[in-house]
Design a protein around this ligand. Structure first.
Ligand code: SF4
Ligand code: SF4
Length: 436
């Protein structure tokens, strides 16, 4: 069986958040394979813990991918400050790969940034790394690839639980475990009233629903008091973001001047997108186009804007409106990094201060204890593409690792496996429930 087939069989998707089915990367032919261990979401340290505790597996996956794609070279992106991880990974480097040491900036884990840092190449506007002969994989995806080689499917997710919890930590958890169980495993919340940022405070979503579940792409949960600055900012009705922006934006353009995509040479100009909030009858479609290449990193809203406005959210809105209107912005200008790019980098420590997270900025050590859960609710769509289709029936008994949902032929997707042994107690359009 080829590596591509083994990855497909194991149901691997990009574990860094995007959820792109990983078998498609293994079948490509590229010049460079990049491992992404940059991890720049404040307070989330699960990739760091994985690199320190499982370097052999990560490097096995990396080398398998270098081989299957016939790549000339591998670059392993890792932050210079993470000395323990550097030392662990370095022991397994071979002649075909080298480390790309990164500064402690946000968002140095962005694919466009990492590819530029490692290879000096810029991905074309609206393109993907493959367009310039690169594939990029998060370190946990590489770990999963090494396990797929041993025919072990993805049934667990490695996550970090941090913020206002008693024991900030990183651990493996069955896919489909509720946030409630996961927070309890991290010692429980320190406060009664809290919200949860899923995947991080910068790019993640805010929820108060503890019955939501961990998927193959959940990097971690950040628990914060309900009255924390970030929850108050995020938990506003959407119309407020845009109404305030429309009246208060003074076009200072700080949002654009700090935008990492703009500084790389892409035509992303959030201050111009803010104009679209006022030009709703005519002109919005013109200003909206300056949002097309935005990666939703959140830096403009949560760091750059001196007035606490919502330019990132204006960009999100603009992208939706353009999609609905069938408008596509094509950058004509050649992509060239801004000469001031290096001077405008945002140190993570500074970002953490701005986000008022200093008291939660602690380690989240790996807890190897196995988590036993009585029930899971496994989503059928945990990846880019179409939902997988159940192949089990209610009351059927499944083992951990049994295939419970398949990809329809011709669709983009990934297989779904049972994450615990038990009985199928429910099947909906979105989930399969299993109880042990
Ligand atoms: S969210 Fe803001 S800073 Fe980030 S890429 Fe988009 S426009 Fe730029
Ligand atoms: S930084 Fe804030 S005030 Fe300045 S242009 Fe951007 S959204 Fe407007």
């Amino acid at each position: 069986m080829s590596l591509e087939e083994k990855i497909f069989k194991a149901g691997i998707v990009g574990a860094g958040g995007a959820g792109f089915p990983a078998h498609l990367k293994a079948k490509s032919r590229v010049e460079f394979v990049l491992a992404n261990g940059a991890e720049c979401e404040p307070l989330i340290h699960k990739d760091y813990e994985l690199m320190v505790n499982f370097p052999k597996e990560i490097m096995e996956g990396f080398n398998l991918l270098i081989e299957s794609t016939s790549a000339k070279k591998g670059y392993f992106g890792i932050k210079e400050k993470n000395e323990k991880a550097i030392s662990a990974i370095s022991k397994h480097l071979n002649g075909k790969s080298e480390l790309t040491k990164l500064g402690d900036f946000y968002p140095s884990g962005d694919e466009f940034e990492l590819v530029y840092e490692a290879t000096g190449k810029l991905i074309p506007p609206a393109g993907i790394p493959l367009d310039i002969g690169c594939v990029v994989n998060n370190v946990e995806t590489l770990y999963n690839i090494a396990r797929a080689e041993q025919e072990i499917p993805v049934t667990k997710k490695f996550i970090c639980v941090a913020g206002a919890v008693k024991k900030p930590s990183s651990f493996f958890v069955p896919v489909g475990t509720s946030f409630k169980s996961v927070i309890e495993f991290a010692g429980g919340a320190k406060i009664k009233e809290f919200g949860v940022f899923v995947g991080g405070v910068m790019m993640g979503k805010l929820t108060f629903d503890l019955e939501e579940v961990i998927t193959k792409t959940t990097a971690g949960l950040i628990v914060l008091p309900k009255d924390h600055y970030l929850i108050k900012r995020k938990n506003q009705p959407e119309q407020n973001w845009h109404r305030i922006g429309k009246s208060a934006c003074d076009q200072c353009s700080y949002c654009t001047e700090f935008c990492p995509r703009y500084l790389l040479g892409y035509q992303v100009e959030p201050h111009k997108v803010m104009r679209s909030l006022g030009f709703t009858k005519t002109g919005a479609s013109v200003w909206n186009q300056m949002a097309e290449l935005c990666c939703s990193c959140g830096l403009c809203t949560l760091y750059a804007c001196p007035e606490d406005l919502y330019p990132k959210e204006a960009c999100d809105k603009a992208k939706t409106e353009m999609k609905e209107a069938g408008i596509k912005f094509i950058q004509q200008k050649p992509v060239k990094a801004h000469p001031i790019k290096e001077g405008r980098r945002v140190p993570l420590k500074q970002l953490i201060m701005k986000l008022k997270l200093q008291e939660y900025d602690v380690e989240s050590p790996f807890n190897p204890k196995e988590i036993i859960v009585k029930s899971v609710q496994i989503p059928l769509l945990q990846h880019i593409g179409n939902p997988s289709v159940p192949v089990v029936k209610r009351d059927e008994v499944v083992e951990e690792g049994s295939v419970i949902a398949e990809v329809v032929e011709g669709n983009l997707g990934a297989k779904v496996h049972a994450s615990i042994k038990g009985k199928v107690t429910g099947i909906t359009e979105k989930y399969i429930m299993i109880e042990s």
